[in-house]
Design a protein around this ligand. Sequence first.
Ligand SMILES: [Zn+2]
Ligand SMILES: [Zn+2]
Ligand SMILES: [Zn+2]
Length: 510
Amino acid sequence: MTALAAVPTEFGPVLSQVMARASDPEQWERLERQLRSAGYCRHPVRLRGETEAVDVKTGEVRTVFSTAREPDGALLKCCGNRREAVCPTCAEVYRGDAFQLVAAGLRGGKGVPESVCGHPMVFVTLTAPSFGAAHSRRLAENGEPRRCRPRRDGPVCPRGAAMGCGEVHHEDDPRLGEPLCPECFDYRHAVLWNALAPELWRLTRNQVPRELARLQGVTQARLLELVRVSYVKVAEYQAHGALHLHLVIRLDAAQPKGTAELVEPPPAKFTAELLGDAIRAAVEHVRAPVPQSDEERGKPQQQLQLEPVHVRPAAIRWGRQVDVRVLELGEAPSCAGYIAKYATKSTEAVGGLMYRLSASDLMNLRVRPHVRRLVECAWELAGEPELRPLRLRRWAHALGFRGHCFTKSRRYSTTFTSLREARHEHELRRAHGGEPFDPWGRPASQGACVERRQWASAGSGYRTLGDAWLAESGRERRRVAREELRADRRGRSGRRAKVATLGGSDEPEP
Ligand SMILES: [Zn+2]
Ligand SMILES: [Zn+2]
Ligand SMILES: [Zn+2]
């Protein structure tokens, strides 16, 4: 390495920065270790500080780790962003965790018993109602793309725009998701729908046990003594800007407070079909009220008009496209892969506004016209006093949606935190070649000392283009290695039957 450091600087700043790093073998090795353990993150955080161990009996203090001897006196820590478009490597870790979390609730593992796969379980897709016709690309049963909106009679809207489209759109046709007539598209309703979708789901979730009680002819109180509804859900933006929700909903036996963490099968009369019926009934039933002004409350909602004037809806509800499918044994990997894939995305499908907007950003939005109108509509609606609680300006970049894309009920399976802790534990064991020891050489599990951490931020991102390049090449190396491993496995297992009924991806590599 030291010999390489003699390369002259004319090769550009990146190379000379890399060479400067390589000139000190010890620092080079430390940097490489840091990059690897930060997962070659794209925007790591730089930390300064130390971890000390204090002997609980004697009070003696010893240093476990200090950034004093690290390159630039700092430690690189991954950004942890879940979004693929922000940091591909951190998103990959998140996707893997989301996969494990969903899969554990379907087939057991991570503290969930394997018997869980026998519980009634359904895969549900909930959609928004239509806010106006838009260009789309739907697949026919044979997998071929269909014509967008073929109409023989050539209908036009009240403003004279054609309401048919006979084209077969290509996957990256910029018109996909654009309304056939922007004037007729109900932007206010679309933004309010996104903003209130989390509330609509909350009401639906509360309604499912009520419908189960009704179907079983028992009181709600009795039902809650019998079963518990667990779920995991992911929100996906459609090209026209409204959300879809994909969920796994499962029935467990109800548990008293003391044993709430137990996941046990519900009574036999609670079948997956019954759960499906209850969900469909709940979806049909619920409405999430839109905050109204006093004046609006007195007005009839549907006014007959010659021109379509969009009155603000009094409430939002689910669209008619509701899909409830009983999950079969063996579908866990494809289902978990499908949900985990969306967990690392957000508005990317609609042109990806990544960050909160300010008034000045509105002028220079580089998005499709339709997305711009949605953002502007959110901005405008935010000015209406009764809609203030929806904080539509803060969430204009998410087209009104202010929830988390990936959520789950408490008892569905494990948590991201425990998956992260388990990974950390595993890495420690690997670094120590087995059981980790404290600075006195005693097994850490004995608990003879406590750790004291003092960390402060030293900035974010890589200090030089050279470091950023090293991280990027590390990412690339890892990607190639994984692909080789995958190809190798595929070669060994031959043509393994693939469960891909949901179109989901396979299990991520560990
Ligand atoms: Zn990152
Ligand atoms: Zn079209
Ligand atoms: Zn129109």
